[in-house]
Design a protein around this ligand. Structure first.
Ligand code: SF4
Ligand code: SF4
Length: 432
């Protein structure tokens, strides 16, 4: 069986993003294969642990992917201060022609488009993908899942960092479908009255529902004390338009600091604020640039001195354009700015600005978190939900296929041995 088929059978999806099926991404020819081990969101530690622990497996898998793509170069990108991971990878790449790219610590260094630009000097166009400039990018945890797929093991586990206001920050491995509450227990529980962010502090989603399950794309769980200012910035509010009208000075600092704008993609959040404030969509300016916003949040969490949320205005504008059936046109509007390096936001300064520096601690490996009752979502990928191939009452073994895609999607496998206790349109529940 070829590599792409092995990946498809194992149900591998992008572990660090929206869950794009990896077999589809790698079923092509490309010039450069880039492994994203940057993990640009502060406080998360998963990818560096993966590289520290599995460096030989990762390099072996990268070589297999490089050969499958017919790529001339294979590059593993990580931050230069990940000392142990750098050391492990340096030893593993010796004599292989796999390159390492060591990045400074800035946000959003791990943004796919930024990474392609840093490694190759090429800009992925608005409405395009890295393959448009000859590149394929995969997250390092995805590469580890491919390594397992090559050994016939499907995706049944996820490594997750549990950090923030918890007794003992930790990085654990758990079965897919484990409730978030189990992860929190592994970290010794919350300190204080907390709300939770699933993912990183900037791009993660706020939840108070700890029965939510770990999915193939969950990278982190952060406990944040209620009332912390970052929580208010994470949700669009009814007063946002009024505040934009009353407070936004159109200073354009949000646009000047936007990393996608600096690459020449004409992303202009101050114009989205202008349109939101006036309720006049014709003031959005170049609508094509809006599609290049990656929701990194630099404009909201760092650039705007008035505490406004231009990234939310961009999200709303993008959703409206999509609802109107407007699609992006592939283009790179301008040359990247000459001072692009000087506009990068050091992660340290970002943490201080967000009042999260106190949580920037090690989250050492804490082993495997066992779970006797998992709820596995049928949609952990781009596309519609999978179709179950098991029924309630049926016994299943870990690694057994339990759902398969009807269109775009990826196979889903049992993450523990047990009995199927429920099958709905949204999930399959298994009890040990
Ligand atoms: S949203 Fe903030 S940074 Fe952007 S133009 Fe308005 S005041 Fe300036
Ligand atoms: S969230 Fe803001 S800073 Fe980030 S890409 Fe979008 S407009 Fe630019």
């Amino acid at each position: 069986m070829g590599l792409v088929e092995q990946i498809r059978d194992a149900g591998v999806v992008g572990a660090g993003g929206a869950g794009f099926p990896t077999d589809r991404k790698l079923n092509c020819k490309a010039e450069i294969f880039i492994v994203n081990g940057i993990e640009c969101e502060p406080l998360l530690r998963t990818d560096r642990h993966v590289m520290e622990q599995y460096a030989p497996e990762i390099v072996k898998t990268v070589r297999a992917i490089r050969d499958s793509l017919g790529a001339k170069r294979a590059v593993i990108a990580l931050k230069e201060h990940y000392d142990k991971a750098v050391e492990a990878l340096r030893a593993a790449v010796k004599g292989t022609k796999v390159e390492l790219y060591l990045s400074e610590s800035f946000y959003p260094a791990g943004d796919e488009q930024n990474l392609v630009y840093c490694v190759t000097g090429r800009v992925v166009p608005t409405g395009g993908i890295p393959l448009d400039v000859g590149c394929v990018v995969s997250n390092v945890s995805t590469v580890l899942n491919i390594a397992h797929a090559m050994n016939g093991q499907p995706v049944t586990e996820k490594m997750v960092t549990v950090a923030g206001s918890v007794a003992k920050p930790v990085t654990v491995t758990c079965p897919i479908g484990t409730p978030l509450s189990r992860l929190l227990e592994a970290a010794g529980g919350p300190v204080g009255d907390c709300t939770y962010i699933v993912g990183g502090p900037l791009m993660g989603k706020v939840t108070d529902d700890l029965s939510e399950p770990v999915t193939k794309t969950t990278g982190g769980l952060l406990a944040i004390p209620k009332g912390h200012p970052i929580l208010a910035k994470k949700v669009a509010g009814a007063r946002d338009a009024m505040l934009a009208r009353a407070v936004c000075s159109q200073c354009s600092m949000c646009t000047q600091m936007c990393p996608r704008n600096a690459m020449g993609l004409n992303v202009q959040p101050h114009k989205a604020m202008r349109a939101l404030a006036s309720g006049n969509e014709s003031l959005l300016g170049d609508v094509n640039g809006i599609f290049s916003c990656c929701d990194c949040g630099v404009c909201t969490y760092f650039a705007c001195n008035f505490g406004l949320k231009p990234s939310k205005a961009m999200q709303q504008a993008k959703a409206k354009l999509a609802a109107q059936g407007i699609k992006p046109v592939k283009e790179v509007k301008y040359e990247p700015e000459r001072g692009i390096d000087n506009k990068r936001v050091p992660t340290e300064r970002l943490l201080l600005r967000l009042d999260l520096k106190k949580y920037d601690k090690d989250a050492p490996m804490g082993g495997f978190v066992d779970c006797a009752d998992v709820r596995i979502p049928l949609k952990m990928h781009i596309g519609g939900p999978d179709e179950p191939v098991v029924a309630a009452g049926q016994h299943v073994s870990k690694g057994q296929l339990i759902a398969r895609p009807s269109g775009m999607g990826a196979n889903i496998h049992a993450s523990i041995d047990g009995t199927v206790s429920a099958v709905t349109e949204e999930f399959i529940e298994i009890r040990k």
